[in-house]
Design a binder for this molecule. Sequence first.
Ligand code: ATP
Ligand code: MG
Length: 166
Amino acid sequence: RVDAERMVREILESVRFLPQADRMQVIVNIEGADFYTDKTRLEIILKNLISNSFRYMDFTKSDPFIRIEGVVSETCMNISVADNGIGIARQHIRKVFDMFYRAVEHSKGTGIGLFLVKESVKMLRGRISVKSSLGEWTVFYLNLPNLRQGNVNTPESEAVILDEMI
Ligand code: ATP
Ligand code: MG
């Protein structure tokens, strides 16, 4: 059993050492039922999404924010990680989950984070997609099945990584 809200808050604690962190407004809202999944893999996913939002923030904006919202039901968890950072250009967005792919040149980062996210989502039989507007905002949508014992509704036939299929 995983307490998703607690996990998110622990991850936020761990990225607070980042120099920019205190300028960010952070909104967390996760509600709903008990959620069962592989804790380590969920942690990999959320940690990468959240640290990306911090890393690709645009501090020329007066109100930089990250918003993490989730709803857990008997069958699944839908969670989104949104920010109003630098955004991702149209020509890059389909490739951000590829290994070593990076949309812009940065001093840090290897381009492996979202590849690990994609592999972890696959292993948990979930789905992930991303939408963005360059210079404005980015949102990652994550859908994971609730792997509680005896849950026959696990949507195995829906185990598709949206952006990989295009
Ligand atoms: P690392 O391996 O350290 O995570 P990385 O952050 O460069 O390196 P990914 O996490 O795989 O690699 O992300 C791939 C690319 O997608 C990034 O280099 C960045 O260009 C873009 N990206 C990811 N998340 C965001 C975001 N929230 N806002 C804007 N661009 C993003
Ligand atoms: Mg990253």
